[in-house]
Design a protein around this ligand. Structure first.
Ligand SMILES: Nc1ncnc2c1ncn2[C@@H]1O[C@H](COP(=O)(O)OP(=O)(O)O)[C@@H](O)[C@H]1O
Ligand SMILES: [Mg+2]
Length: 339
């Protein structure tokens, strides 16, 4: 009778499920239908086994990446904090230095005006020191120091916001500020013939996670820069960023480049973790996977991509203007009276 071989198969199938032991295999005793069934069962068990192993490996790498990112974030926050104090010190004192210098110059001018014939010792020394040039240059010098210090302050502030990975609940986020700060941090990568234009709509603050949104802008803009570095030097290279309020629901952010574009078959994979077309060590394939998670899961938003090979790519981020009912308790409602 066939009862025994089938019972045998059922027994193996049951043990595999109950014990989660995917190393088990059924014995193939016959070449009839039951034999075929046994072979199929074995293949199925092996397939599950391989998939599970792959999944575990992927999880391990993902954990490691997350770990790396959060320690990098902590380091950034630490560095930003340490730089913050001395920079504010310089910036604050420069304001006074500027005032004092103006006062001194005023007095000097007054001397020059009232004492028309100074002793030769003073006149000679003034000439030696090229005092006229010094008077002219000093205010410019202080001014550029102020601009520089202000820039450092802004970068430090951006880094502090950027590394705010530890937000546990949504806070009002100024998206425009986020974008501007991201561009500031990316500044040294942007120069190479790439033009960035921003058109900001009248957008209200939205409830969200600042540090995470920074990461999204950083990832998408970095990808746009990478795409523009792939096209010939001579072509004109543009990144266009726009924001608008789409009442009643969405804050819409578009980031478009005229880079090399994404082929239709790759478009289906760009959000997969570890999918990258960049050389090892350059691409991690995590940028868009993480961005997708942040926008869709963390913010209940949408992330879409529109791309044409050789024409360019546009990513559109939709963020809810108002928190939905279930997370309304923890989120600060957006004030949308401005748009
Ligand atoms: N703006 C873009 N233009 C062209 N290709 C892009 C663009 N953005 C993303 N891609 C494609 O999607 C892939 C995945 O992006 P991402 O997840 O950020 O990983 P990575 O940048 O590390 O490769 C990239 O390797 C690239 O092939
Ligand atoms: Mg990337």
């Amino acid at each position: 009778s066939i009862a025994t071989p089938i019972q045998n198969l059922t027994h193996v199938a049951r043990r595999v499920t109950q014990e989660s032991n995917f190393e088990l295999q059924a014995e193939v005793k016959t070449q009839d239908e039951v034999g075929v069934l046994a072979v199929s069962l074995n293949q199925l068990i092996q397939r599950v086994n391989t998939l599970l192993k792959e999944q575990k490996a992927e999880q391990a790498t993902r954990l490691l990446e997350n770990e790396k990112m959060s320690s990098l974030g902590q380091m950034l926050a630490g560095v930003a904090h340490e730089i913050n104090n001395p920079v504010n010190f310089i910036y604050g004192n420069l304001i006074h230095a500027d005032e004092y210098i103006r006062d001194l110059l005023e007095i000097l001018e007054l001397y020059q005006e009232k004492i028309l014939d100074p002793p030769s010792e003073i006149r000679d020394r003034a000439e030696e020191l090229e005092i006229e040039y010094l008077i002219e240059d000093l205010p410019n010098l202080v001014n550029s120091m102020q601009v520089g210090a202000d820039r450092v302050r802004q970068i430090v502030l951006s880094l502090k916001n950027f590394s705010r990975l530890d937000d546990t609940e949504p806070h009002p986020v100024n998206v425009q500020e986020c974008i501007e700060s991201t561009l500031l941090i990316l500044n040294n990568r942007i120069k190479k013939g790439i033009q960035i234009s921003c058109q900001y709509g009248n957008i209200p603050p939205i409830p969200g996670y600042t540090g995470l949104l920074y990461q999204v802008f950083m990832n998408i803009i970095t990808n746009a820069i990478d795409a523009l570095l792939e096209i010939p030097e001579s072509r004109d290279k543009q990144i266009k960023i726009t924001t608008e309020c789409q009442q009643p629901e969405w804050l819409v952010i578009r980031i478009a480049d005229n880079g090399m574009g994404i082929s239709p078959e790759n478009q289906a994979k760009i959000y997969d973790a570890f999918f990258t077309t960049k050389p090892r060590g350059v691409g991690t394939g995590l940028g868009l996977a993480i961005s997708y998670q942040i926008i869709v899961e963390k913010h209940n938003g949408k992330l879409t991509c529109d791309s044409q090979v050789d024409k360019g790519t546009e990513f559109t981020i939709f963020l809810p203007l108002h928190p939905t009912a279930e997370d309304a308790s923890s989120a600060t409602p957006a004030n949308c009276s401005t748009c």
